[in-house]
Design a protein around this ligand. Structure first.
Ligand code: MG
Length: 176
């Protein structure tokens, strides 16, 4: 199912490289030696989670149905027009952002506000596209991948301080 999810994201105009670039910009203030490959690896790990895959499939299905005018009113207009008070797109994507704990919410809120680069492009709905769910899904994936890196670094630092090599000391909510 991971391959299907990646294919759908690509078809909707989003590459994993672009998501990894957002992760790198989120994490680089804390790790200046953070490699792009590490960010891309983290995005891949997020996309392996079943809960994340279900959210992506659900959100993209709604974008596509609305783009093709196949939903019933009033939800057709609400999703097609990206109605600002709707909020279900953000609520759904928060399920991705918090997959490694609530630390992911800080980045998610930041990305929702700044909408730079890829996120700005998706939010503009260029060419009649409906990306109501997609922009939040991308922000959710980037936030989770960023949180995963932050957890891994913190665990590494703590283990170094304590001389502890216990691999289960990943902290609550960190499952991979
Ligand atoms: Mg949205």
């Amino acid at each position: 199912m991971k391959a299907k999810v990646i294919e759908m994201l690509n078809r909707r105009g989003v590459s994993l490289d672009e998501i990894a670039s957002i992760v790198q910009s989120l994490q680089s203030p804390y790790n200046d030696d953070l490699k792009f490959a590490e960010c891309l690896y983290s995005v891949e790990r997020v996309l392996e989670k079943r809960e994340v895959q279900y959210i992506i499939l659900t959100g993209l299905a709604l974008d596509i149905e609305a783009e093709e005018g196949r939903l019933e009113p009033p939800i057709q207009g609400i999703i097609a027009d990206d109605e600002p008070l709707y909020g279900v797109d953000e609520t759904l994507a928060m399920g991705i952002a918090t997959i490694y704990g609530t630390i992911g919410l800080t980045s998610f809120g930041y990305l929702d506000k700044c909408k730079e680069g890829l996120l700005g492009r998706l939010n503009n709905h260029e060419g009649g596209k409906v990306n109501t769910f997609l922009d939040d899904i991308v922000a959710g994936i980037a936030s989770a991948a960023s949180a995963r890196i932050a957890h891994a670094r913190r665990t590494q630092l703590r283990d170094e301080e304590e001389g502890d090599v216990d691999e289960t000391a990943g902290g609550k909510g960190f499952t991979g």
